[in-house]
Design a protein around this ligand. Structure first.
Ligand SMILES: [Zn+2]
Length: 467
């Protein structure tokens, strides 16, 4: 008889660790007793019995049964062979189809007999129960640690773990404290993202400088995002993706910065910037005081061989022209003053991403119904009168949904910049971010100026849209 041995390395927190050597030695002895020739030994390294990890050796073992390369399979115990009742049934089917003999050191099990199958099933389900219990105990332990704010698992990037000794003298996890070099990187990337820089450019910077990623290799946007979204950076303990309270960890970031990051990185309206990047603060944003047209950039006029300063000019009526530096400086001053107001955050950042998403979905659904009705009308399925009735009913609903969308859509940049240090945040912000913010907050109008009054800032209006 040609026999194979299958052994699996498994780790039980509560039971004795059953070494693979012990399994193999016992199985070889059993083969000798039966006078079987061991043609192959399959060993899988599978630490968890329930995690759906691939077990390459197990798969190869099944293949050799199907190829009739082995007549018998020796295992230390059935729970070393199969991890779920489902897998056991597969083995039983194979054993029946290929006349395989299964020898378990814990007692011969002949899968061809009903008694053998029953024994295997009972043993299998007992093993299953054990693993269930075990994973429940582990989950409970993790939850307890989470509630106490104690660290669990790998030491996160940016931190080092301290250890304590308990009464019995054994080492216990203490708390996580910042690891200076990595913590500096976390602070730096946080500043960049909050200043409106993209994940991509930040990844590029880290890789160019050769700062190793948490796993030691190169950074990717996904890794960066993951690192930034960790509550532990701000000393918050999360469990199953929810902040459950403060942790014992010494924070690297303020909670305020952490929540700003979350609002930036999870903002549903955050998109990759498309098209050409604008290079001026107010082009397409500031309006003409005569016709309402948007401003475009005008090159400086050349006078006596000297190039004059750049200007904004109305792209529709061509009647307004004003120095770009003058307009930018005035508008920036107004915006910073607005953002520095103590009530700025409350007054300006009235966003609620959940409500916004909900309103967006509602608006889309109503709009789809309207379009559908219009199609039916065009095809003659419904009359003009029916169409009018449907429209009269749906329009106000659509308006209402769009209104709440406008009301709840978060102005990300406001949340990021408002506060007492708005001026320095503004200075560090990227141009697209400044433009987004001005566009969201203010109406900028350039009024016509008579001769000699072109430098008068009172002829520029920057009025908050809401508030
Ligand atoms: Zn105009």
């Amino acid at each position: 008889m040609k026999a194979a041995i299958y052994a699996r390395i498994s780790q039980d927190a509560n039971a004795d660790h059953l070494g693979v050597d012990r399994q193999l030695t016992d199985c070889r002895a059993a083969a000798r007793q039966h006078g079987w020739e061991v043609v192959h030994e399959y060993v899988d390294n599978d630490v968890s019995a329930t995690r759906r990890k691939s077990r390459p050796q197990y798969t190869r073992m099944l293949a050799s049964i199907e190829a009739r390369a082995i007549d018998a399979l020796i295992v230390w115990d059935v729970d070393r062979l199969t991890r779920t009742p489902r897998e056991l049934e597969d083995i039983i089917d194979l054993a029946n189809a290929y006349g395989l003999e299964l020898l378990s050191i814990g007692g011969d099990i002949d899968l061809a007999t009903p008694q053998g199958k029953l024994t295997a099933r009972v043993k299998g389900s007992v093993a299953r129960h054990e693993t269930d219990q075990q994973s429940r105990r582990i989950k409970r332990k993790i939850q307890e640690k989470a509630e106490k704010g104690e660290p669990h698992g790998m030491v996160p990037y940016g931190f080092q773990r301290t250890y304590q000794q308990d009464e019995s003298g054994s080492r216990r996890h203490g708390r996580d404290i910042p690891k200076p070099a990595e913590a500096d990187i976390i602070r730096e990337i946080t500043r960049r993202i909050l200043a409106g820089q993209s994940l991509r450019s930040t990844v590029q910077l880290l890789n160019e400088r050769g700062n190793p990623s948490p796993r030691g290799g190169r950074w990717s946007s996904a890794t960066l995002r993951q690192v930034l979204l960790r509550g532990t950076n701000a000393g918050l303990r999360t469990h199953r993706g929810e902040v459950v309270g403060k942790s014992t960890t010494e924070p690297i970031l303020s909670e305020d910065d952490y929540y700003r990051l979350v609002s930036v990185l999870k903002d549903p309206t955050r998109r990759a910037q498309l098209g050409t990047t604008p290079r001026h603060l107010l082009t397409g944003i500031a309006e003409c005081g005569l016709c309402g047209g948007k401003m475009r950039r005008l090159k400086g006029v050349e006078r006596a061989g000297k190039k004059g300063p750049e200007a904004y000019g109305c792209r529709d009526c061509f009647k307004i022209r004003r120095s770009m530096a003058l307009v930018d400086a005035y508008v920036e001053g107004v915006v910073i003053a607005l953002l520095t107001r103590p009530d700025a955050l409350a007054a300006l950042a009235v966003g609620n991403p959940d409500r916004a998403r909900e309103a967006q979905t509602r608006a889309e659904a109503i709009n789809a119904r309207l379009l559908n009705a219009a199609d039916q009308f065009a095809e003659g399925v419904i009359s003009a009168e029916q169409m009018a009735r449907i429209s009269a009913k749906l329009r106000p609903q659509l308006d209402e949904a769009r209104e709440s969308l406008a009301c709840f859509a978060p102005v990300t940049s406001v949340a990021q910049m408002a506060g007492p240090d708005a001026a320095s945040r503004w200075a560090a912000a990227s141009l697209p971010m400044k433009r987004e913010l001005i566009d969201a907050l203010m109406t900028v109008t350039i009024l016509p100026a008579g001769p000699g009054r072109g430098a008068d800032p009172r002829l520029i209006r920057a009025v908050p849209k809401t508030v």
